[in-house]
Ligand binder design. Structure first.
Ligand SMILES: Nc1ncnc2c1ncn2[C@@H]1O[C@H](COP(=O)(O)OP(=O)(O)OP(=O)(O)O)[C@@H](O)[C@H]1O
Ligand SMILES: [Mg+2]
Length: 265
């Protein structure tokens, strides 16, 4: 069995990469987990996972003319299989995003849970593909009206491609945030449950600086505890490996959506 989740928000800096690795480490207690930096234009998972010096990355796997084995971009770290992505613009320009289908199909054959750290925008084929390919999306959002509106756009887009909603995860929740006001709103508008509220926690920033996932760096921090609870609230519902691989291979290249104009939200 395997289930692929896109960790997405439609907005930059909401904690997608932190969340991808944190949920990954928590789910790795039970499942065989592979984490992919599918943010091919603005990759940064490698910095969170101590893989800045990775020789082979997802960019290399997406090069049309070269045939690099997928295994060469897989790194065993923190109990996970991590597929980092390179950060240079040339690598992004030369990469063929449509090859992501095949790479993910191959990874899916050998894991229980795939977590795709997804781009902040929805404005190109490369940025929407992870959401289209995933079975379900984990919507990462700060508990503000603006962030919620953008996450709703992502939900709308995901559902139009048949991708379900695994849940909504509030991140960087500060004491001044009106989480009590926002939660019922989110429950009303989102298709999935609220799986957690991760507090704003210096441990998350320190983990990023140390190049380690939060759950490895500060497992006893309040944010780490919230991530473990959130992972427990996701009921992994794996489908057949072959069905998933077939779906990936046949998925149409989606139409990107127009950039979101936040003045109109
Ligand atoms: N719960 C938290 N408390 C405090 N800081 C946090 C928390 N979660 C994430 N951060 C910090 O916020 C910054 C952005 O987090 P992260 O890189 O995970 O976001 P992102 O959505 O992946 O960003 P991008 O859109 O640039 O890819 C990082 O410096 C991270 O350490
Ligand atoms: Mg990120």
């Amino acid at each position: 069995m395997v289930e692929a989740f896109a960790v997405a928000s439609g907005k930059g800096g909401t904690g997608k990469t932190t969340s991808t690795l944190a949920l990954g480490l928590a789910l790795a207690e039970t499942y065989d987990v592979t984490v992919v930096d599918a943010d091919t234009g603005m990759a940064n998972l490698l910095f969170h996972a101590g893989l800045d010096d990775a020789d082979v990355t997802l960019h290399d796997l997406l090069l049309g003319e070269r045939d690099i084995p997928v295994a060469d971009a897989c790194y065993e770290r923190f109990g996970l299989t991590v597929v980092p992505c390179g950060t240079d613009l040339a690598g992004f320009r030369e990469a063929d995003p449509t090859r992501l289908h095949d790479v993910i199909a191959e990874l899916a054959a050998d894991t229980d849970v795939l977590l795709l750290d997804s781009p902040a925008a929805l404005d190109s084929a490369a940025s929407v593909l992870p959401i289209v390919l995933a079975d379900r999306v984990v919507l990462v959002t700060q508990p503000t009206d603006l962030a919620l509106s953008v996450a709703l756009k992502v939900q709308e887009y995901a559902m139009s491609y048949g991708t379900g909603v695994a849940g909504v995860l509030f991140t960087e929740v500060g004491p001044a945030d009106a989480i009590e006001r926002i939660t019922p709103k989110a429950e009303r508008y989102f298709e999935g449950p609220i799986i957690g509220a991760v507090p704003d926690d210096d441990a998350a920033r320190a983990a990023r600086r140390a190049g380690q996932p939060l759950l490895a760096y500060a497992p006893d921090s309040p944010a780490a505890a919230a991530y473990r609870d959130a992972a427990a609230a996701i009921d992994v519902d794996g489908g057949e490996v072959d069905a998933l691989a077939d779906r990936f291979r046949s998925a149409v290249i989606p139409d990107p959506v127009k950039p979101i104009d936040s003045n109109r939200l």
